[in-house]
Design a protein around this ligand. Structure first.
Ligand code: FMN
Length: 234
């Protein structure tokens, strides 16, 4: 959640003087991202068990990240409960200069890990994904969507499934570049789930190789992430 946003669409910008003036791209500020689990040893991290969140999106101190410009041809759309995926998103943004939208849900997940797992499992089993409370703009200007998510229950976190179910038709013809953090079990079936939700909506997309890293190791991501970015950007 970086407050350091350049917005074309919404409320907050006190500094913008003229709506018609060109808007310069602003960056996500990694220093504003609250992810205390990043940098823990694998032993301390314990496959993420117990990782708390503020119960909101990632960081209650700031509004959800939203960087929208007229010229970008790529956008990062991500959800993060406890900040690891958000930190990774900031690194993808530094490489791509893409626009950014952080997904948030109407009813926040519990700060408690176990309760979040219970709710997410129920939502998955009942195929009752959470309602989003984010304003998604017209996505037609974007060729590439970098889709960022934590792994929940060995697949795509439910809020990102909600996004695909609700807005998947807008993704037809685009390239989807998945990036993800996990507790140590890898990508699970997340890429297949992206494919199957979009297919069920009749959207044809190209899905690139997915980038994945443990949530406690995002601080070590730079070189492998750059390699991934260079490969998928070719
Ligand atoms: C509800 C829930 C379910 C999870 N399920 C898995 C899982 O199946 N496999 C795994 O490797 N990690 C799992 N994790 C760990 C997260 O993927 C990991 O902590 C991730 O880095 C969190 O990203 P975030 O900080 O952006 O929310 C789960 C975490 C939560 C909260």
């Amino acid at each position: 959640c970086s407050p350091n946003n350049s917005q074309t669409t919404s409320s907050a910008s006190q500094t913008s003087t003229s709506e018609s003036s060109s808007i310069s791209q602003s960056a996500m500020d990694p220093n504003k991202i609250d992810a205390p689990q990043v940098g823990l040893s694998d032993e301390q991290w314990n496959r993420s068990l117990g990782t708390r969140s503020d119960g909101k999106d990632t960081n209650s101190k700031n509004a959800p990240t939203r960087i929208l410009t007229r010229d970008a041809d790529s956008i990062i759309i991500y959800f993060s409960r406890s900040g690891s995926t958000e930190l990774l998103a900031s690194k993808v943004q530094a490489l791509s200069k893409a626009d950014v939208i952080e997904l948030t849900v109407s009813e926040n997940y519990s700060p408690d890990y176990g309760q979040t797992v219970q709710r997410a499992n129920r939502e998955r089993e009942e195929e009752n994904n959470p309602t989003l409370n984010v304003d998604i703009p017209d996505l037609s200007q974007y060729k590439t969507v970098y889709l960022g998510y934590p792994i929940w229950g060995m697949t795509l976190a439910e809020p990102v499934a909600s996004f695909l179910e609700q807005y998947g038709k807008q993704l037809d013809g685009k390239t989807i570049a998945p990036f993800s953090t996990n507790g140590s079990y890898g990508l699970g079936s997340s890429v297949e789930r992206i494919q199957s939700i979009l297919q069920s909506q009749g959207s044809q997309v190209k899905i690139t190789d997915a980038y994945q890293i443990q949530g406690n190791r995002v601080n070590e991501a730079d070189s492998s992430l750059r390699q991934w970015f260079n490969t998928i950007s070719k």
